[in-house]
Write a protein that binds this ligand. Structure first.
Ligand code: DNO
Length: 354
């Protein structure tokens, strides 16, 4: 297991690389050029700039999260080919810079979705929260009114560009079924994976978060059967998954340790975090500790250990603790605690396996 830590870039993340370097066992940053709109090529000089910054602190840039997929590709529009060509160029450039894994997702319009970014927990910390009923009764186009009223309005993980076009995007997705989305994903993979193979970059799709349809939009990376279907589209180690225990774990029917065991050789990148799921379908993000949430983190790490996992892993969203002011879910302290928990389990397993 090669530990890495998500970092949003100089001037875009309050956490300095000096601090990331001090977390035990962290080898690299998980990064992206967040200001480049989906569909555009990533410039080589910008890629090399991040490499230089990270390497100065002894950290690698092996994992990129994410190179976002343009909506025209997900929609299967004729304009997609231009964006796919740009995507290929970005893969080639990242390979030249030494990148080994690219994480991406295929969620229509929205990336991860929550209803409260700072929900107060019993211990006084705050965390990301999803209220199912609220999302089910919400008209997503209300967001448009919010954005118009407040041009600074942002949502975590969503490029501001995407938010500006919500109305037309919803219009475009009318009539796009799950099967259409599968077909559009297949078209994309058939063009991208051969380029990834030549360039020795493992593509790793991220599951949908939450793993079910929201706002009537299709979502397909949601469970074991669908991941299996995805991996069979192109049976290559370069066509892999970012197995995210927190995203998949929001549905109690998903057994993540079982997925680790089944898909072991197709997981170049692991996101490991806990989530507490309530009976009404709401969920809140907790500390990484198994007993704090509904996901059996201990069993998941055990499954990675058993299968001889040599891929990259990162702690995922943390709570906001010790009065830290940070990006929602991406503070330093709780994610650092998460790493030590993961190492604690891993090191104990290493010892007992001998
Ligand atoms: C949330 C992240 C996601 C992830 C993308 C991958 O914190 O796990 O935003 O980066 O879905 O493309």
């Amino acid at each position: 297991m090669r530990m890495v830590f998500r970092w949003f870039g100089e001037g875009n993340d309050r956490i300095p690389l000096e601090h990331i370097r001090q977390i035990p066992g962290v080898e690299g940053v998980v990064w992206a050029l967040h200001d480049i709109p989906a569909g555009e090529e990533w410039p080589m000089d910008r890629i090399l700039q991040v490499k230089e910054q990270a390497e100065k602190h002894g950290l690698n840039i092996d994992v990129v999260e994410s190179v976002n997929v343009h909506e025209d590709i997900k929609l299967g529009l004729p304009t997609r080919d231009r964006y796919i060509e740009n995507y290929k160029k970005t893969i080639e450039r990242l390979a030249q810079a030494g990148v080994k894994v690219i994480c991406y997702n295929f969620m229509p319009i929205f990336d991860w979705t929550r209803t409260d970014l700072f929900k107060k927990l019993e211990d006084g910390s705050t965390a990301l929260f999803f209220e199912k009923e609220k999302v089910e009764s919400m008209d997503p186009l209300d967001l448009v009114a919010k954005i118009d009223a407040d041009p600074q309005f942002t949502m975590p993980g969503w490029e501001p560009e995407r938010l500006k076009h919500l109305t037309s995007l919803f219009e475009a997705y009318k009539g796009v079924s799950e099967e259409d989305l599968w077909n559009n994903l297949e078209y994309f993979l058939k063009q991208i994976i051969p380029v990834a193979e030549i360039n020795n970059i493992k593509m790793a799709i991220h599951p949908d978060d939450p793993p079910w349809s929201i706002f009537g939009l299709p979502r397909i990376m949601t469970n074991k059967d669908n991941i299996k279907r995805f991996l069979n589209i192109i049976d290559s180690p370069y066509n892999g998954v970012t197995l995210c225990s927190g995203s998949l774990g929001a549905n109690p029917n998903n057994n993540i340790a079982d997925m680790v065991r089944e898909f072991a050789d197709r997981i170049p990148f692991a996101h490991i975090r806990n989530v507490k799921v309530y009976e009404n379908g709401d969920f809140v993000e907790t500390s990484h500790r198994t007993s704090d949430g509904s996901v059996d983190i201990t069993e998941i790490v055990k499954a990675y250990h058993e299968t001889g996992f040599t891929g990259y892993a990162r702690p995922d969203h943390g709570r906001h603790i010790f009065d830290e002011e940070c990006r929602p879910g991406y503070g330093l302290y709780d994610r650092a605690l998460g790493i030590m928990y993961l190492w604690g389990i891993w090191d104990t397993l290493q010892r007992t396996a001998k």
